[in-house]
Design a protein around this ligand. Structure first.
Ligand code: HSE
Length: 308
């Protein structure tokens, strides 16, 4: 028996909501988990590139694979250990680009294995295991349930979340560059402590951002995408972010731009086709920096992970 699932990409933080806010995007990985027919055959992990431009060579194909690690924790949860299993990951989400590719394989592996086992774990258990493997809940939550999510990883390992309606006319443009940035590097440049004024700045921006989404108020949202606790430190690792932020400030129909997750992808939020009006200027910025960029304007993905 085998189970396949389709899992969306995600963009996390959305400016001030570090390790808390995230939303799902309609770019998908497919993960298949099956019990191997031959007992004793062990673990088999296959990676299939759906998009040949993706560099998937760095994805481990042994016990260090994060989908496997998550599945192992699920088996442990029901008092079993994994023996013979085959995991196939069909990748379409760019890896190490800040689009939740690792969250998608963790969530996909867990969902598929849970189905295969007769669904012993509920959503809360899946989110808790996925966050434990990923280290934070802001990508895995929208990857599992879709939409725009606020999530909190508690000290006991549980996760609680809320899903808010994202205004349908707020389009999401991802600028995916041709270079990688490992999340561990992007986290290593962050300070151990931030000042009270910087923390207070982020708290008020994040609180108002939730209100702006709830009220579908683009003018308010424009004031809320700023951040002082991660982007200023990561800016030097994300080519074009500073230039783009300056270009897009005060442009009609542009709500704002933020680093997608840990980068290096940049997310631009616009009203309707607002991005089209600035697209040529944006392309020029990246041309001058010698960075090839895959530019995609998308709508939010609201379904999350589904069995296919
Ligand atoms: N919140 C995480 C970060 C997302 O910014 O490091 C990346 O996985």
């Amino acid at each position: 028996m085998k189970v396949s699932v389709k899992v969306p990409a995600t963009t996390a933080n959305i400016g001030p909501g570090f390790d808390c806010l995230g939303l799902a995007l309609p770019i998908y990985n497919e993960i298949t988990v099956e019990e191997t027919v031959m007992p004793g055959s062990g673990i088999e992990i296959n990676i299939i590139e759906d998009n040949e431009t993706l560099d998937v060579l760095s994805i481990p194909k042994d016990e260090n694979n994060i989908a496997y690690k998550a599945i192992e924790l699920l088996y442990n949860f029901i008092g079993q250990s994994v023996s013979d299993i085959k995991i196939t990951i069909k990748t379409n989400i760019p890896v190490t680009r800040g689009l939740g590719s690792s969250a998608s394989v963790i969530v996909g592996g867990l969902m598929a294995a849970n189905k295969l086992l007769g669904e012993p774990a509920d959503e809360a258990v899946l989110l808790s295991i996925a966050s434990e493997v990923e280290g934070h809940p802001d990508n895995v939550t929208p990857a599992l349930v879709g939409g725009f999510c606020l999530s909190s990883l508690e000290a006991d390992g549980s996760v609680y979340y809320s899903k808010l309606d994202w205004p349908l006319n707020w389009k999401l443009t991802v600028l995916i560059p041709d270079y990688e940035l490992d999340t561990s590097i992007a986290r290593s440049v962050l300070p151990d402590c931030v000042s009270i004024p910087d923390a207070a700045y982020n708290i008020r921006k994040c609180a108002m951002l939730i209100d702006a989404v709830y009220k579908k108020d683009a003018q308010l949202m424009k004031k809320c995408l700023k951040d002082k606790i991660h982007q200023p430190y990561r800016e030097k690792l994300v080519k074009g972010f500073k230039e783009l932020s300056e270009l897009l400030e005060n442009k009609n129909d542009i709500i704002g731009c933020v680093i997608s997750g840990a980068g290096p992808t940049i997310l631009v939020i616009s009203e309707n086709d607002g991005f089209e009006k600035v697209k040529d200027d944006v392309k020029l910025i990246f041309k001058e920096l010698n960075v090839n960029c895959d530019i995609r304007t998308l709508s939010i993905e609201n379904e999350g992970t589904i069995v296919i």
